[in-house]
Write a protein of this length. Structure first.
Length: 431
């Protein structure tokens, strides 16, 4: 009986990816925060960090997770942004000295208004009411919060209440909140509509946004502030800026600082870290969407080649810092967007970013051939990205391969064809 053959390739670049050492060696003593991290949201690479995996009280940064869950449910159709909720007694759990919208039991409020109050005003009653609407009760919502954290790789986080009240078993890290920030901007970008609002008004209440950088830097559009006595002043900050590169014309960074001493200090430290990273790192596109990456010979089937292609573009973040010495953040001149350093003649000068990053790729095929029958997702190509001798990223390209087998006669004819024409089919990489 003749067998029917067909081949279906659904490529997913970034089956798995690993990022390695920090790109910028920033002296932690020059950064006035207990813990911090800088993350490139497109490459997923950590640019620099300090104490970023140390568990700390997150305060109202917790509400980023509440918003993330709510916006995911809006995208999936489980919630409607303009749905009106009747305020339940759950809001009575909020103490009088906590930030709140002063919601009254029995009144109606939209989910859209609750999200604005949650993000801009950091309203605890909004967090509780959203939690109850999404999961039926707060206890169930906490299970959802921790499940979502686990799915995002926030392995050093545990949430015990939606608003971010200080509790012994309520903690997270700078690195984990950077991952959550990355999910917000990449998966639920409508969050940025709320986080860049300059103020919030509700029934006579007025609250100006506590992210003061929204007023001074037009590229800043989030993410969240937080403060308790136990946590100190926290800030998750993001900005998107245009670049001079045609292959990566826009770039978004995420900075998280925990445990600073004031509203002004958290803004100053986070902004300086972000500006330093924009100045002395850049993104380079290594794979273009639709790019033909490799050919794999196929046996026992009608087609002779399987083409490995990319369905999405990928970038790598590289360093533009030319010196071997650690960076003193206090030496960064914000008005000139440069570090002030001593040159070889002992004079203070501004350090220009590198123009050549000496980036190189090493690509290797995992299987050298494919043989029908096959119907599975499988890793086909390894890509390693180096700058000088430093391994920056390791990306594994996975494709779904579906092959039906030739019958014996068709296999024999294909073998005769290759033999007659002297064809030796070998795997090759086009990258």
């Amino acid at each position: 009986m003749n067998a029917v053959f067909y081949l279906l390739a659904s490529c997913v670049l970034l089956c798995s990816t690993t990022s390695f050492a920090n790109l910028l060696n920033i002296n932690p003593e020059s950064v006035e925060a207990e813990a911090w991290t800088i993350l490139d949201s497109q490459s997923g690479q950590v640019i620099a960090e300090h104490n970023s995996h140390v568990q700390r009280a997150p305060a109202s940064l917790t509400k980023m997770m509440v918003a993330y869950i709510a916006l995911k449910d809006i995208q999936s159709g489980k919630l409607q942004r303009h749905e009106l909720l009747t305020v339940s007694p759950v809001v009575n759990q909020v103490m009088s000295d906590e930030s709140q919208m002063r919601l009254k039991v029995g009144e109606q409020v939209s989910i859209d208004t609750l999200l604005a109050g949650l993000v801009v005003m950091s309203a605890n009653d909004a967090a509780l009411l959203l939690a109850e609407r999404i999961s039926g009760n707060v206890a169930n919502f906490l299970q959802r919060m921790n499940a979502e954290a686990k799915a995002l790789g926030m392995h050093n986080s545990h949430f015990s209440n939606p608003p971010g009240i200080t509790m012994p078993d309520h903690y997270s890290t700078a690195a984990d909140f950077a991952l959550l920030g990355q999910a917000l901007v990449n998966e639920t970008p409508s969050y940025l509509y709320y986080s860049k609002l300059p103020d919030f008004r509700y029934q006579g209440l007025y609250h100006a946004a506590t992210n003061v950088l929204l007023k001074t830097d037009p590229t800043v559009d989030g993410l969240k502030t937080g403060f308790t006595k136990a946590a100190g002043y926290n800030l998750a900050l993001t900005a998107q800026r245009n670049t001079a590169r045609l292959d990566a014309p826009q770039r978004r960074l995420i900075v998280v600082v925990l445990g600073t001493t004031s509203i002004q200090k958290r803004a100053e430290v986070a902004h300086k870290l972000m500006n330093l990273a924009y100045t002395y790192t850049q993104n380079e596109r290594i794979v273009q969407k639709g790019q033909h990456l490799a050919n794999l010979p196929v046996s026992q089937s009608k087609y002779t080649w399987f083409e490995v292609k990319a369905l999405q573009s990928e970038v790598v973040t590289t360093s533009l810092y030319a010196l071997d010495t650690p960076i003193d953040l206090k030496a960064y001149q914000s008005d000139q967007a440069r570090l002030k350093v001593l040159n070889d003649q002992g004079q203070m000068t501004l350090l220009e970013p590198l123009t050549n990053t000496q980036t190189r790729l090493e690509a290797s095929l995992i299987p050298q051939t494919l043989a029908a029958p096959l119907n599975q997702s499988m890793p086909l190509l390894d890509i390693k990205v180096y700058q000088n001798k430093q391994l920056l990223r390791h990306i594994q390209v996975e494709n779904h391969v579906q092959l039906e087998q030739h019958n014996v006669f068709q296999q024999f004819m294909a073998w005769c064809h290759d033999l007659w024409h002297g064809i030796q089919r070998k795997a090759n990489i086009k990258l």
